[in-house]
Design a protein around this ligand. Structure first.
Ligand code: ZN
Length: 63
């Protein structure tokens, strides 16, 4: 389930699986669907739209 989170004066939608945040719910849902289907591996195309990265300065290089 996509989580809505307020960061400063912005609202982001977080993928519940990888934790990346997106400016709109539709993209976050796309990411979550992709992550679920690919066992936590993100689509580079989708994650490129992320506006919020939890913790890590770079995306983890997962297989
Ligand atoms: Zn994701």
């Amino acid at each position: 389930m996509v989580t809505k989170k307020k960061i400063g004066d912005r609202t982001v939608f977080l993928c519940d699986i990888c934790g990346l945040g997106y400016a709109d719910r539709v993209t976050a849902q796309e990411c979550e669907d992709y992550c679920r289907a690919h066992h936590g591996s993100c689509s580079a195309e989708i994650s490129a739209k992320a506006v919020y990265l939890p913790g890590a300065p770079t995306l983890p290089d997962r297989k």
